[in-house]
Design a protein around this ligand. Structure first.
Ligand code: NDP
Length: 296
């Protein structure tokens, strides 16, 4: 058996198209343009690429993009003053600070400073709490993207056994909450889990968010399961030439795709959904801020 390969790139493009239509309608009917502010501290090359992509895609769907680049040694107070200003700016509906930040800054404190209503990364404890208690929250973009792919693939998730490997605040925990909200029976596995292969073999839905290249083996996958690979790991690829690298996920893709019913590739699976969901969250934040019905 060979799994369906879930095309996250195509799905994300479709989602961005729908967002662009909704943004155009908001502008035409209400004179409103959603705005996303992105803060980048320092010059980490990977972060620069992420921020550039976010800005480009924000503009492409018709939203305003505000980029704030700060030097690596910016004092915390200066960064907080910027966040306060963005919190108060009615043209800004979403705020995110690109992580990681230099070590003299605290990611926890930065997130705490952002108005929860503008926390489009869904990291603020208020949003984590709202999600956990089943209320309207800003939901972290990557797990939201995974959920959209799962619903598209499977329809109703009700009653399915879901195993999430990884318990980070960014991915694992909100993923588990979303699956629970969709009435899955959820197991959260982590580095202390006993007999992880056996736990994974029970999963109708297996979400891997570990950050270890191809750690989850093909024979850990239940036949027919839907596998969502969140991991992005860069490994050496001498077969491509000296010094070359390539990206792999947390799942051993070749072997797993022989067993699974459907699986996301890396790259081209979950990754593209993350920015699409960031834009969706910004649109939602704009609608909520203006007392308008939320987009579907
Ligand atoms: P973290 O490092 O914050 O969390 C990793 C989790 O994996 C931890 O809960 C850890 O357990 C668990 N873990 C580590 N080793 C093992 C092991 N041997 N067995 C079982 N569990 C283990 O990572 P993130 O959640 O932030 O990210 C996970 C992956 O997803 C990374 O590859 C990251 O690059 C990728 N990512 C991709 C995104 C996308 O857009 N596609 C967005 C965000 C992340 P414990 O808590 O016990 O230490």
């Amino acid at each position: 058996m060979s799994a369906t390969i879930i095309d996250g790139k195509a799905f994300a493009a479709k989602v961005r198209g729908q967002i662009a239509e909704q943004v155009a309608r908001l502008k035409a009917e209400k004179g409103l343009t959603p705005g996303l502010a992105v803060i980048l501290v320092g010059e980490d090359p990977a972060s620069q690429v992420y921020v550039r992509n976010k800005g480009k895609q924000t503009v492409e769907v018709g939203m305003n993009s505000f980029e704030h680049k700060l030097p690596a040694d910016v004092p915390a107070d200066e960064l907080y003053a910027l966040i306060d200003k963005l919190n108060a700016d009615p043209a800004v509906h979403g705020i995110l600070c690109q992580f990681p930040v230099p070590p003299h800054l605290s990611e926890t404190e930065i997130v705490a400073r952002i108005d929860p209503a503008k926390d489009v990364d869904g990291l603020h404890v208020v949003n984590a709490g709202l999600l956990a208690s089943g209320q309207k929250a800003m939901v972290s973009c990557t797990p939201l993207g995974c959920l959209m792919l799962l619903r598209d693939q499977l329809g109703s998730l009700s009653g399915l056994n879901a195993v999430v490997v990884g318990r980070s605040n960014l991915v694992g925990k909100p993923m588990a909450q979303l699956l629970l909200r969709d009435s899955c029976t959820v197991t959260i596995a982590h580095s202390r889990t006993k007999d992880l292969p056996e736990v994974c073999r029970r999963a109708d839905i297996l979400v891997a968010a570990v950050g270890r290249p191809e750690m989850i083996k093909g024979d850990w996958v239940k036949p027919g399961a839907t596998v969502i690979d969140v991991g992005i790991n860069r490994i050496d690829a001498p077969e491509r030439g000296e010094g070359k690298t390539r990206l792999v996920g947390d799942v051993e893709f070749g072997a797993a795709s022989e067993v699974a019913g459907a699986i996301t590739p890396v790259p081209g699976g979950v990754g593209p959904m993350t920015i699409a969901c960031l834009l969706a969250n910004t649109l939602t934040a704009c609608c909520r801020a203006n007392g308008l019905p939320e987009p579907e």
